[in-house]
Each structure stands twice: as structure tokens, then as C-alpha cells.
Design a protein around this ligand. Structure first.
Ligand SMILES: Cc1ncc(COP(=O)(O)O)c(C=O)c1O
Length: 367
């Protein structure tokens, strides 16, 4: 039976309750988190920070903000640290309160939720271009890539690069052209950019200081496997950052989260190991999934793969769930269908387990 599709992946507790399993038995392919778990220094730093819970966290995460500014070669005033990229997205949406906000379709659900929360009109914007698994009629087909709605100054446009859920990575030049062609503020969600092969080279962050209408958003939760601690940030021109700092909760990032983020950013060996893993395992898992009868995949660029299955994903999930495997049913994404699923890239043994479970679970061939 089809249950309502969740709007986000990663609800391991609900999955465990549904299939009568312990949460530790769930192999979660539904959220795109580094399977190494957090760097050792992260958990230690968070634990140490618990000693000072009787004090408020540093307002606006000033030390972390300085570390991020140094890392990216921008002024501290250009960095806005939040409780995950999700909080940063909700804060940025306030810039367009009562205006129009263009959101990519299919795309991450929080853009539209954040826009609605500030009374903005949501303008669904098909991601455009050709996809192997997405019916052309639902994405604007082969219309010019990234068709630009007629937005005005004060409006906002969200882009996601690499794109969740398609996995498509646009060259930074394409995104700069979108920003240069509109008076609206363009927010580029780069939550997964560190997990692509070009990494920083694919980012528009280094162009933000030259463009008043460009914002880059990053997340620490995926790359460093710390979604439970909640740290993300935006880099934008200081006048824009100070407008948002003036209206926000200054303590939204807890002391353990701030300490953990500083420790994560310092661990270069972990970052190297992660990049080697994702390059190797993305290509392994993509090959396995593409080889399954009736399955088609989008060429991935980060640590997740969009798959079109030969039967409804809820039906596949009903068979995989009791075996402790959770995938992302993509029905909740506008523009995708009940046959779309997104799977995270995990370790070799885990990826093999997913591929074997899919091939042995009696999936029907495409009609
Ligand atoms: C594209 C995209 N942006 C942002 C986020 C939110 O990340 P965070 O955990 O930093 O709030 C997600 C989480 O799934 C995401 O997929």
C-alpha cells in the first residue's frame, strides 16, 4: 500500500517504528549523509562544549564565522552562520517577504516552504534541460536551460548546485549568467558542492563579493555527517548579511554545534578520505543501479543518485523496509513520479547490499 510520501529523507525513527526494527538496524539511503560518520574531533568537541551549557553560545557564532571567512577569503561580515543550511534558507527568504520567490522544480522542499512562511508568492521554475529519467513534459522538456521568470528587484530566486534531486552540476558560468540577467537576488544552494569532483571550482562563492544579488549557501551536515548538530552558512555581501542578522535569533546555533563545526573544518585528512570515497563509490553504485533491468539513472555528480524504477517506489520500499533498507520515495517532489527514488552513496558493502536487495526483491520489468 502507498503511504503518503515524506517531504524529506532521513526519518530513521519512523522507518524503524514502521517495520518493527531498532533504529540501528536501518541502513539509510534516503538522506545523503557521509557514511563515515562525523570526524572523531567533532564528537569530542561537541562533548567538551557540553561543559559550558550553563553559558549562552557565542552570539552569531562569531568564532566560527571568522574561521569560515578565512577559509573562503571573504570578510567576516559576509558570513551568516545558521542552524543548518535550512535555517539559512528560511532567513534568506525573508528578503522577499510578500514578493515573489522562484523555486526549482523538482527541488528541495524548504525553498517553497520558506517562501510561503514569509507570505511570498512561489514561482515554480522547471529545472529545464534533458534528463534520462524525468518525463520531459514535467520539466519544461528541452526548453532553454534554466528559463528565467520575469522577476524584479526585491524578488528571490533559488538555484541548487549540484541539484537535488537530479544530481546535475551546472558550471559556475551558467549560474553567473542567471544572476547577471536578473535584478532579483539569486541564492545558490551549494549544500553538496564539496561532494562533487570539481568541489570549490564548481562554486560561485568566490564571485559573491562582486555581485550584490548573489548568495552562496553551504551545509556542514552532509559532508561531515553531522545533521543532528545543525550547522550551515551563507556568504553574501555584508549589507545583506547585516539585514538578516538584525532580525534573527542570535543563539540559533548551539555551543556544541559551533565547536563541532570548528573541529570538522580543521580535519583535512577526513576531507581527503571523503573525496576519494565519493568518487569511487558514486561510480560503483551508479554502475550497479544502471545495470538493473528496467532501472534508469541520472548521471550523478555528488553523493546521491536519482533513479527511475520500473514500478512504484512505495512498493519497492515495502519489500526493502523489513530488510532494514530505506530509500527516498520522490513522489513528494513536484515534477517527479511514484517511480522515482533517490539513493545516497554509502560504503562499498552497503551499496552492494542495496543493489542485491533491489535485484532480488522481485522488481517487475518496465511495461
Ligand atoms: C539541497 C539541500 N539544501 C539544504 C539542505 C539542508 O541542509 P542542512 O542539514 O544543513 O539544514 C538539504 C537537506 O537535505 C538539501 O538537500
Amino acid at each position: 500500500m502507498a503511504d503518503p510520501a515524506p517531504i524529506h529523507g532521513g526519518d530513521v525513527l519512523a522507518a524503524a517504528a514502521r517495520w518493527g526494527l531498532d533504529p540501528s538496524e536501518i541502513l539509510d539511503f534516503s538522506a545523503n549523509i557521509n557514511p563515515f560518520g562525523p570526524p572523531r574531533g567533532v564528537t569530542k568537541a561537541a562533548r567538551d562544549a557540553l561543559r559550558s551549557v550553563a553559558r549562552y553560545p557565542e552570539p552569531l557564532a562569531r568564532t566560527l564565522r571568522a574561521a569560515l571567512a578565512l577559509r573562503h577569503g571573504v570578510p567576516e561580515e559576509a558570513v551568516l552562520v545558521g542552524s543548518g543550511a535550512a535555517e539559512v534558507i528560511h532567513l534568506l527568504a525573508r528578503l522577499a517577504a510578500g514578493r515573489r520567490v522562484a523555486v526549482p522544480v523538482p527541488g528541495f522542499a524548504e525553498y517553497a516552504r520558506a517562501a510561503r512562511a514569509v507570505g511570498a508568492v512561489v514561482v515554480p521554475t522547471p529545472v529545464g534541460g534533458a534528463f534520462a529519467t524525468i518525463p520531459a513534459a514535467e520539466t519544461g522538456g528541452a526548453a532553454p536551460a534554466e528559463p528565467t521568470p520575469a522577476l524584479e528587484a526585491g524578488d528571490l530566486r533559488f538555484l541548487c548546485n549540484p541539484h537535488n534531486p537530479t544530481g546535475r552540476l551546472l558550471p559556475p558560468g551558467d549560474i553567473l549568467r542567471v544572476a547577471d540577467g536578473t535584478p532579483a537576488t539569486v541564492v545558490v544552494d551549494e549544500a553538496f558542492i564539496d561532494l562533487t569532483d570539481p568541489g570549490e571550482d564548481a562554486s560561485v562563492l568566490r564571485h559573491v563579493m562582486e555581485r550584490p544579488n548573489l548568495v552562496a549557501v553551504r551545509s556542514l551536515t552532509k559532508f561531515f555527517a553531522m545533521p543532528g548538530l545543525r550547522v550551515g552558512y551563507a556568504v553574501a555581501r555584508p549589507d545583506l548579511v547585516s539585514r538578516l542578522d538584525a532580525v534573527r535569533d542570535p543563539w540559533s546555533v548551539s555551543a556544541p554545534a559551533q565547536a563541532a563545526a570548528l573541529a570538522a573544518l580543521a580535519d583535512q585528512a577526513y576531507a581527503r578520505r571523503t573525496r576519494e570515497w565519493v568518487r569511487r563509490e558514486r561510480s560503483y553504485l551508479a554502475g550497479e543501479l544502471a545495470g538493473l533491468p528496467g532501472f534508469a539513472i541520472e548521471p550523478p555528480s555528488a553523493n546521491f543518485i536519482l533513479v527511475r524504477a520500473p514500478e512504484p517506489v512505495w512498493s519497492i520500499q515495502n519489500r526493502l523496509g523489513p530488510r532494514g533498507i530505506l530509500v527516498r520515495d520522490c513522489r513528494s517532489f513536484d515534477g517527479l513520479t511514484e517511480r522515482h527514488m533517490r539513493v545516497a552513496v554509502r560504503s562499498r558493502a552497503e551499496n552492494r547490499r542495496l543493489a542485491e536487495a533491489l535485484s532480488s526483491s522481485g522488481t517487475r520489468s518496465a511495461p
